[in-house]
Design a protein around this ligand. Structure first.
Ligand SMILES: [Zn+2]
Length: 355
């Protein structure tokens, strides 16, 4: 099992490279000591590729940060709603993030490829080429004109989250809260429903992670594609607003969709704490619950590398073999591990992209 490549549903590495102070001046090609993902650590850990998110942070003059908006409550925490982004600013910043990924592809001289079709993804996983799916985390990234989706599709965009954890013209993201139901506000706007149909037409995956529950059901009613949450966990085990209730999981199963298990400790732990000393077994508990609820054909990984605090036992991308070993001890055989590692993602992307 040493060389089963892992394809992963979510990383924020482009943001780290974009904000040098946040990325501590790492490059993608040198082995870093901080953060989670670069080419050397990907190779060490068998990380064969994943969704590379373009996430646009609130600008400094908004004076909103996840830290400053945080209030501790008796049983957990609440993060105040992040303000809407100006779509012109969002698009400009997203373009810079996209450029970082394509520059890496060029500089990599064939070691990383931005994939646009499931066949390409499979070839990359077979040939040891790191496969990157270009993903937008928040549809404000499209800019003021949603018609830009077509141009971005032609450039290589293949996955779109309607929202990050803030509202925009299309939908309402869940604010980070613990404990909290994901039912935190209104659903999709008319523009949001239109965008879902446009994603279906082009073959762009719609990511449900960060969407509130009302929005989730609106997408479920509107879309023709399988329901996918790229980086979310089981609300039954960790009751944060970011996780999926059993009812939502049932809908994902019924659509033959998929969930990528998030390694963020705050979405794994029963107490929701930002505690690095969280056992790798906590990831396995969520895999178990999701597998039981949606089936082993519909679960994969969505690490949130470079976007969240992950269990010390995994540490970074080079630690992925420890997760596979823990799952094996738990009873997952070769066939199941291959499904979790990449086969399920390949299937979902083939069905969603129609190619
Ligand atoms: Zn995210």
């Amino acid at each position: 099992m040493g060389n089963v490549p892992i394809f992963d549903g979510h990383n924020d590495t482009l943001l780290r490279l974009f904000l040098p102070e946040r990325g501590e001046r790492r490059t993608f090609f040198e082995r870093g000591e901080t953060g989670h993902l670069d080419l050397p650590r990907a190779r060490e850990g068998g990380f064969g590729g994943g969704f590379f998110a373009c996430y646009v942070p609130n600008p400094d003059d908004d004076a909103w940060t996840e830290e400053s908006a945080l209030t501790l409550t008796e049983s957990g925490y609440e993060v105040a709603d992040a303000p809407l982004l100006d779509p012109v600013y969002a698009r400009g910043t997203a373009d810079e993030l996209v450029k970082i990924l394509f520059d890496i592809e060029t500089e990599s001289e064939g070691q990383l490829k931005v994939v646009r079709a499931a066949g390409e993804l499979e070839s990359c996983l077979g040939d040891g080429v790191l496969a990157a799916v270009l993903h937008f985390e928040g549809a404000e990234n499209l800019g003021p004109d949603p018609g830009a989706l077509q141009d971005l599709y032609e450039k290589g965009l293949r996955s779109l989250g309607l929202v990050w954890s803030r509202p925009n013209a299309y939908a309402h993201g869940v604010p980070f809260r613990f404990p909290s139901s994901p039912d935190t506000g209104p659903g999709l706007t008319d523009a949001g429903k239109e965008l879902v149909r446009e994603c279906n037409r082009l073959g762009v995956l719609i990511d449900l992670s960060h969407l509130n529950e009302h929005g989730f059901w609106d997408v479920a009613e509107t879309t023709e594609a399988p329901l996918v949450a790229t980086h979310s966990n089981a609300h039954a085990l960790c009751p944060t607003s970011r996780n999926l209730t059993d009812r939502q999981l049932d809908a994902i199963r019924d659509s033959d969709g998929m969930v990528g298990v998030n390694f963020a400790v705050a979405f794994l732990r029963e107490d929701g704490a930002e505690e690095e000393d969280t056992p790798v077994e906590d990831v396995v508990r969520h895999v178990d619950h999701l597998v039981e609820r949606v089936g082993v054909e519909r679960v994969g990984f969505g690490s949130d590398f470079d976007g969240a605090k992950v269990p010390r036992g995994i540490g970074d991308a080079s630690g992925l073999p420890k997760l596979l070993a823990t799952l094996r001890e738990r009873g997952y055989d070769d066939a199941a591990l291959k499904k979790l590692a990449h086969e399920n993602w390949v299937r979902i992307l083939r069905e969603t992209w129609h190619q």
